[in-house]
Design a protein around this ligand. Structure first.
Ligand code: PNS
Length: 163
């Protein structure tokens, strides 16, 4: 069975993330979407909230498991006995960051293979930070995030109903 881990902050999950996960399950038999508990930036959603959104979105995908990880990704992968990591890449700046992370992870766990999927063009500009900014300032994010994520983000950031 070909299993892979798709790790990330998912604060919140964007349509770009969802697209990488959906394409990932066409490549792998099983995909573990691993939500990072501890992040460099203070998250707006708790790890449980981020995982709950992903669980609801992918409720009908038996090949997808939603899990958490705390600490090093390489240690989590070792513990789960999975040696494939799936990540999406959007831009050259992503590439530099991913390159460093991949090398660090491979140093920590040499059997690990990091597989990258290039984002689809319509998602290149999407990031969780930009989406939070759009919603915080009252903009529509319907093309950027799943309706469930938009509703939760609005509830979190605006605490008022939209027209
Ligand atoms: O969605 P993100 O924020 O780009 O995801 C980054 C993440 C969470 C996958 C990365 O920061 C991570 O793996 N953090 C865990 C700590 C770790 O393993 N660091 C060493 C490798 S850089």
């Amino acid at each position: 069975m070909r299993a892979a881990i798709c790790p990330g902050s998912f604060d919140p999950p964007t349509n770009g993330h969802l697209n990488i996960i959906e394409r990932g399950i066409r490549i792998f038999d099983r995909l573990i979407v691993a939500v990072a508990v501890n992040m460099s930036k203070e998250p707006i959603f708790s790890a449980e909230e981020r995982a709950a959104m992903l669980r609801e979105i992918f409720a009908n995908h038996p090949k997808i498991e939603i899990d958490f990880f705390d600490g090093l990704l390489a240690e989590y992968a070792r513990k789960r006995k999975i040696h494939r990591i799936l990540r999406g890449i959007r831009t050259m700046s992503d590439y530099e960051y991913e390159f460093q992370m991949a090398l660090a992870n491979k140093t920590l766990y040499p059997e690990l293979e990091i597989i990258f999927l290039m984002t689809e063009g319509r998602y290149t500009h999407l990031s969780s930070s930009i989406i939070k900014d759009v919603v915080r300032h009252g903009g529509r994010a319907a093309e950027m995030i799943h309706p469930l994520v938009e509703q939760q983000l609005r509830a979190k950031l605006c605490r008022k109903e939209w027209a």
